[in-house]
Ligand binder design. Structure first.
Ligand code: PTJ
Length: 259
């Protein structure tokens, strides 16, 4: 029997997951994704994405490695420097960290935009409502009155005054084609993805190789600490960050981690 079997089979609510379980964070993540699917927020493909992420997290030791923390600090600095920062929300992000994304948006004065790979009006509406239930007062993504160039019609839809006009975008768990298309638009792209070899972190200005449930609160913490920093100090953090080194450090940890 695996570490999970005895617990996950009969867990009905989040509160029933024992906090002292050795795989607590992973059980919690899996539970939130299942609940997201049941609520019509998360696409079934989100379960596959979660499984892939979970395997990489296991290999990373299920902790924020030092290079990821540096990336999270650089992400906070970029968001604070931005004129029009936008945080992108898909079905997995909404299920896993709705309140945490709202708190980050508040800390860096960013907009939240629902931006789906498998786009349906019902899921857009359900996710916007879910975010409002978690404290968001203005949710973008419902207008979809602009298109990301070089992507097929459905996957290209964004808000003209949201992602389309943004200078800095946080796109967690993003599809590779869309991450590349946003990069080609010249945006500063922050990607959260547990797989450092995936195309999205490979094209990101700031690849954050960490579980989103740890990454988002950490970026918010850094943003709060840096709230009074001047522009020179923030620019120095951005310039000191080395994206290649961050990707290499994560890959090295995965290949040589002590499990
Ligand atoms: O809600 P939609 O329709 O927009 O669809 C969202 C998914 C995630 C299904 C869609 O964007 C998709 O299929 O994504 P991919 O191509 O599977 O990429 C998801 C990436 O996120 C993979 O590289 C996973 O390793 C990674 N990932 C999964 N869970 C986490 C994660 N990264 C960080 N934290 C996680 N909890």
């Amino acid at each position: 029997m695996s570490d999970y079997d005895s617990v996950s089979a009969d867990v009905e609510t989040e509160e029933e997951i024992p906090e002292d379980h050795p795989r607590y964070q992973d059980l919690l993540t899996r539970h939130r994704i299942e609940a997201g699917v049941e609520k019509g927020i998360t696409h079934l493909q989100g379960m596959h994405a979660e499984g892939r992420g979970s395997a990489f997290d296991y290999l990373l030791g299920e902790e924020t490695i030092p290079s990821a923390d540096e990336a999270e600090r650089a992400a906070a600095a970029h968001l604070l420097l931005a004129d029009r920062p936008v945080l992108s929300i898909n079905g997995n992000v909404a299920a896993l960290v709705p309140g945490e994304m709202t708190a980050l948006a508040d800390a860096v004065d960013a907009d939240l935009e629902v931006n789906l790979f498998n786009r349906t009006p019902d899921r857009i509406e359900a996710i916007a409502e879910h975010l409002r239930e978690h404290g968001a007062d203005d949710v973008k993504g419902l207008e979809a009155d602009a298109r990301i160039p070089n992507l097929d019609h459905k996957r290209a839809k964004v808000d003209a005054d949201g992602i389309y006009e943004a200078d800095v975008v946080l796109v967690p768990l993003e599809d590779g084609d869309r991450a590349e298309a946003l990069d080609e638009m010249g945006k500063t792209e922050i990607v959260i993805d547990l797989n450092p070899l995936s195309r999205s972190p490979q094209v990101a200005d700031v690849p954050v190789v960490d579980n989103i449930i740890r990454a988002v609160p950490t970026i918010t913490e850094h943003a709060r600490e840096l709230a009074d920093a001047d522009e020179t100090a923030l620019r120095a953090i951005v310039e000191d960050f080395d994206r290649e080194r961050a990707l290499e450090a994560a890959e090295e940890r995965i290949r040589s981690g002590d499990l």
